[in-house]
Design a protein around this ligand. Structure first.
Ligand code: KIV
Ligand code: ZN
Length: 514
């Protein structure tokens, strides 16, 4: 009989720990809904004790996302566990606490400063507390890859006896090789007396580029849950990429007789959504979801594929959600068609959100001959009404040329009132940014600015990603428009809306509208 592998997605937790990859509440809820439609079994929605914002997003996801189990991360501390329990509670019998403590000698000695016996006791007490609060408890032995095997067996046995029904073995620092890691899973399954009472899970980091290989080796040795992220996002070099694991199991089903619940045709749309929201571009040669993953460049390859696709294609682009259906919707399309297309893309658009999104779609369809899937996804991020943004772009006029200094005039609606400013700059985008910043009470610095044509042709939507820093916070913003300067302004405004307490600045005379 074919085995089942549970897919535990941690894009919203470990993925959000990627440097510079922050998401706001609405964006997290949108991703969680897409993950549920994609078919993941567990969504790790966040780390509720970390901040009020994290708590709120886990709570909202637990309240609004159906089908998938909703997990909240908690260190092995009573305060973390009770907070996580509160956050995941709305998920009812799908509520899970994922509690962890480090088990490697270096982490116990240098970080926790705890003796191994105390670590076991803390882990057991935490699992018992979590078990008294929610129906599902998962325990992780952080840095299990570098932990002593006898100690790992001991703590795993004790936490299963305390009520954990999922035991996660993380290779926290991405140090393991596939053989070693697979052997760890085998040993645990064979040596821990109550191993049959739990599902064994793995969580591999990609520091040496082995996260997917290590996860697969663990599956071959009996692991039945894999923790992974869309596009391989995650702390440092990231986590195992979900799309790769799922497509390896499917494409090589001759070797791995194991199924997942993933609807593979939603992999590419979900990848694009995550990339757009986080501002983390997908490299073109990335397996499965990279723009070149199915592009055949050499003449010999093109000739082969034209004669028989299987000469150079081991899976079809359609099977992972690359669509050849380019002319999707146009200005005569109605709401039903738009809504149906969003369903196909794995995006949930509520009835309340639809009017604002439809208006933006019509606006775009008026400007462009063809509206592509990428446009439809970017419409979601760019729509102020959807995110209840307090700063909105009302108007932007930029004049620039070879012999003139660029000047931008901008009108922003800030907390309901319209403010105007005019600034010069080193280029049209710089002038627009100066004008926007002059109206806002912020000292943020621009760390990154990138432009990407998200569709083809000269009427393509340009997608701009900015990363700004204010104090300790690093925030991304996205904007898309057929006009790159407008897209840039929208991206900066999108980022500003994610900063708390940004209001209108009292204007210095030099900035007053002209
Ligand atoms: O990498 C890690 O060890 C983690 C744990 C919290 C599971 O992210
Ligand atoms: Zn991790």
């Amino acid at each position: 009989m074919t085995d089942r592998l549970y897919i535990f997605d941690t894009t919203l937790r470990d993925g959000e720990q990627s440097p510079g990859c922050s998401m706001n509440l609405e964006e997290k809820v949108r991703i969680a809904k897409a993950l549920s439609l994609l078919g993941v079994d567990v969504i790790e929605a966040g780390f509720p004790v970390a901040s009020v914002g994290d708590f709120e997003s886990v709570f909202r996801i637990a309240s609004e996302v159906d089908r998938a189990v909703i997990a909240g991360l908690a260190r092995a501390h009573a305060q973390d566990i009770t907070r996580a329990a509160e956050a995941v509670k709305p998920a009812g019998d799908r509520a899970r606490i994922h509690t962890f403590i480090a088990t490697s000698p270096i982490h116990m000695e240098a970080k926790l400063r705890m003796a191994p016996d105390d670590v076991v006791k803390r882990a057991v007490d935490s699992v018992k507390l979590a078990r008294s609060l929610v129906p599902q408890v998962e325990f992780s032995a952080e840095d299990a890859g570098r932990s002593d095997m006898d100690f790992l067996c001991r703590i795993v046995e004790a936490t299963i006896a305390a009520g954990a029904r999922v035991i996660n073995i993380p290779d926290t620092v991405g140090y393991m090789t596939p053989d070693e890691f697979g052997d760890r899973i085998s040993q645990l399954l064979n040596r821990v007396p109550n191993a049959d009472q739990a599902i064994f899970s793995v969580h591999c980091h990609n520091d040496l580029g082995l996260a997917v290989a290590n996860s697969l080796s663990a599956i071959e040795h009996g692991a039945r849950q894999v923790e992974c992220t869309i596009n391989g996002l995650g702390e440092r070099a990231g986590n195992a990429a979900m799309e790769e694991i799922v497509m390896i199991l499917r494409t090589r089903s001759d070797r791995y007789d194991i199924e997942t619940g993933i609807d593979t045709t939603k992999l590419v749309p979900t990848s694009k959504m995550v990339s757009q929201i986080t501002g983390m571009p997908v490299q073109p040669n990335k397996a499965i979801v990279g723009a070149n993953a199915f592009a055949h460049e050499s003449g010999i390859h093109q000739d082969g594929v034209l004669k028989h696709k299987k000469t150079y294609e081991i899976m079809t682009p359609e099977s992972v959600g690359w669509t050849t259906n380019r002319m999707i919707l146009g200005k005569h399309s109605g709401r039903a068609a738009l809504s149906a297309r969003y369903d196909e893309l794995g995006v949930t658009v509520s009835e309340e959100q639809m009017p604002a999104i439809f208006e933006r779609f019509k606006h775009l369809a008026d400007k462009k001959k063809e509206v592509f899937d990428e446009d439809l996804i970017s419409i979601l991020s760019g729509d102020g009404d959807v995110n209840e943004e307090s700063i909105k772009l009302v108007n932007l006029h930029v004049s620039s040329g070879m012999q003139e200094q660029p000047i931008a005039k901008v009108s922003l609606e800030i907390d309901g009132a319209v403010h105007d400013a005019s600034c010069v700059g080193d280029g049209p985008v710089d002038a627009a940014f100066n004008a926007i910043k002059s109206l806002l009470d912020t000292d943020s610095r621009l760390l990154l600015y990138s432009v990407n044509a998200i569709t083809s042709g000269t009427d393509a939507q340009g997608e701009v990603t900015v990363r700004i820093q204010e104090g300790e916070r690093i925030i991304n913003g996205q904007g898309a428009d057929t006009d790159i300067v407008v897209a840039s302004a929208l991206a900066l405004i999108n980022a500003m809306n994610k900063l708390p307490n940004v209001h209108a600045r009292e204007l210095h005379a030099q900035y007053s509208a002209v």
